[in-house]
Write a protein that binds this ligand. Structure first.
Ligand SMILES: NC(=O)c1ccc[n+]([C@@H]2O[C@H](COP(=O)([O-])OP(=O)(O)OC[C@H]3O[C@@H](n4cnc5c(N)ncnc54)[C@H](O)[C@@H]3O)[C@@H](O)[C@H]2O)c1
Ligand SMILES: N[C@@H](CCO)C(=O)O
Ligand code: NA
Length: 452
């Protein structure tokens, strides 16, 4: 056999590109800013080969040094607006977080004709409509892949990869901190505050961690996902949000015994009467892939009429996973610098003049199955009373689990799983259940999704 010698691999290198590098400015050198700086530096050659041009950090706006970054030689400032008005800079990377200065900074950068890359889901969910309108007027791109599910390229997947589909629903574990807390509590029996402190030390949590544990951060991300999935304007104020702080170990264990896992899930579903947009603890059958997404990992399921269900999995937070998305956006922007703004991928996936006015449904018009835990007195006939309250309202029981009498208070926990029902009807049933003589205290209700 004659071996044909392979031609020596041509090794392109950064300096070889004739075109000058694109100059970018980083605003905020914290967890994500530091990761972005380091990835741009470490993978400069790969990135330049992909983008067709090098990407040079020409300025950094920072308040304090980041011990993880060697920034020698890169000009710095303490004022982010210096970056937005720096004539050398083509792309402003907003990584300071928050809604106030970040909004002014992004609008100023756009005003000055600069493209923007941001990881700020709060900013996009709350001020995105204004920001995208301004960007369109100025013919610039605002890229935000890092804003949803950290390192998972899910914005790109929905906006481009699934563009043939009519999307039915999107469901995701989209807060790394919350999922890390739930996992550590379930697997290692650790306490909530202990795990939260670790998530903060690892750089996963928001500046205000109530955003993570009360579901606000997940609602920001779900708002963005719903817009690009259904072609609707961003409407964060209409999202329903319930946190994980009131979950008890008892419910986690009962769910487990019934074959379910409790996850903090964001669900956006398109129905004929409107769009459901809700974040809450949710029972998911334990044999589903998404029920087994643990720690800081995130996963987003998208159900489209042509593709069926697709699942996107990866790190939902952290320095370099998030930087991966920021840098991918930079590469996209660099490739699109010379393109006609009218022919670029629209910010919200659909052409801005084709957004739909399909309304967001209030939570009591949303539909799901339910887990109910009722603390009942150990009297004969309680179960019959419970069953008749539910059946009078057309709520079908799927299964019932009754535990032993709890010695200290003589109460018997009765756990029920129901079929799908509109929330308003369930609220009415719960009110009637709580009024029963033999039912003590509030009924615990957790929504159930089978994600079929
Ligand atoms: N940490 C993550 O895993 C992660 C993942 C995805 C998205 N995000 C988003 O990325 C953004 C940044 O998050 P982070 O975790 O890097 O936060 P961080 O607190 O680690 O970093 C923010 C940095 O910005 C600096 N800063 C704030 N205001 C400034 C100003 N006016 N001028 C100059 N510097 C300023 C702070 O000093 C800090 O160093 C947020 O919008 C966050 O929601 C974070
Ligand atoms: N605080 C967020 C960061 C990633 O968006 C989380 O924990 O998911
Ligand atoms: Na992403």
């Amino acid at each position: 056999m004659r071996l044909i010698p392979r031609p020596a691999l041509r090794r392109p290198f950064y300096g070889e590109f004739i075109v000058k590098p694109v100059k970018v400015g980083i605003c905020g050198l914290g967890t994500v800013g530091g990761g972005t700086f380091n990835v741009l530096k470490r993978n400069a050659e790969e990135i330049a080969r992909r983008a067709g041009r090098g990407i040079e950090v020409a300025q950094i706006a920072m308040r304090t040094p980041n011990p993880n970054c060697q920034i020698t030689g890169t000009p710095t400032t303490t004022d982010v607006f210096d970056v937005a008005s720096n004539p050398e800079i083509d792309i402003v990377i907003e990584l300071i977080g928050g809604y106030t200065i970040a909004r002014e900074l992004v609008l100023k950068a756009i005003e000055n004709g600069k493209h923007v890359v941001t990881a700020n889901k709060a900013l996009i969910a709350v001020h995105g409509n204004e920001i995208f309108a301004k960007a369109r007027e100025k013919g610039v791109i605002v890229a935000f892949e890092a804003a949803v599910a950290g390192g998972i390229p899910v914005i790109k997947a929905i906006r481009e990869g699934l563009s043939a589909n009519r999307i039915n629903w999107v469901a995701g574990i989209i807060n790394g901190t919350g999922n890390f807390i739930l996992t550590e509590m379930r697997e290692k029996g650790r306490t909530f505050p202990d795990v939260l402190a670790e998530a903060q030390a690892l750089g996963y949590a928001e500046a205000d961690p109530t955003f993570d544990v009360e579901g606000i951060d997940a609602a920001h991300k779900l708002t963005i996902l719903a817009s690009i999935a259904f072609g609707i304007p961003l409407q964060f104020d209409k999202a329903y949000t319930e946190g994980i702080t009131r979950l008890t170990t008892a419910d986690v264990n009962y769910a487990e015994a019934l074959g379910y896992r409790i996850k903090h899930l964001g669900v956006a579903r398109s129905t004929p009467s409107g769009i459901e947009l809700r974040v809450h603890p949710t029972l998911i059958p334990a044999d589903r892939l998404i029920a087994n997404v643990n720690g800081v990992m995130n996963a987003v399921m998208v159900n489209g009429d042509a593709a069926g269900s697709t699942l996107f999995y990866g790190a939902g937070a952290g320095m370099e996973p998030t930087a991966s998305s920021v840098v991918a956006d930079l590469v996209d922007v660099v490739r699109a610098l010379t393109t006609d703004p009218e022919n670029r991928v629209p910010h919200l996936a659909f052409q801005p003049d084709s957004l739909s006015a399909h309304p967001i449904l209030p939570i009591d018009a949303c539909e799901s199955a339910y887990y109910l835990r009722i603390q009942a007195k150990d009297h004969p006939g309680v179960l019959a009373q419970v069953a008749s309250i539910l059946s009078e309202r057309g709520i079908n029981i799927e299964s019932i689990m009754q535990k032993e009498v709890e010695e200290h208070d003589g109460l018997v926990p009765m756990i029920l799983l129901t079929h799908r029902v509109v929330e308003k009807r369930m609220n009415d049933a719960i009110e009637a259940l709580e009024a029963l003589e033999d039912v003590a205290g509030p009924v615990v209700r957790i929504r159930v999704e089978h994600l079929n």
